[in-house]
Write a protein that binds this ligand. Sequence first.
Ligand code: FE2
Ligand code: FE2
Length: 187
Amino acid sequence: MIMSTTSLRKDHELIEKVIKAMQSTIQLLNDKKQIPEFILLPVIDFSKNFTDVCHHTKEEKSLFPALEQAGLPTNMGPIAMMLMDHQRSREIGNEMEKSAKDYLSSGNSEKLITDMQLYVDHITEHLWKENNKLFMMAEARLQHVSKKVDEELSGIEKSQLNELGKSRQHYEELAENLTNDVSNQGN
Ligand SMILES: [Fe+2]
Ligand SMILES: [Fe+2]
């Protein structure tokens, strides 16, 4: 059955896969292993473009307005909290991008470890809140418009990824390759 959150929950699974690879990367950095560019650059690409530009925009331009129409306020309560979380993830993401670039040129991993851990913890908590609170609310309140919301979400995804010159398949492959590359680094 198509729900108003089907597409977003699918995104969350992909994001969780990358978060898992990031947690393993942090472990490797803590163990003083060197992490190559071909792991860090995809992490940054995914966090900035898939999670922020694509996924957060889908929520902000479709799910949240639909919930607002269903009577949920956007200036306080769970939606306001989610918007603040998105803003914060952008800030931590920017810091993490800087520290990844510094790490690649200097080899100093301290700030990268801190920023990546902050990012992982923040996103993990955010996904939990959405999966277990906001999305449950949406599924109950938006039953009558679930197909419309789902179509809107696909449309926004396509246009956001198009603008980036990327595809959903690119990010699915990125997550898969990253998982494999990180686990190979540990050997
Ligand atoms: Fe979100
Ligand atoms: Fe989300």
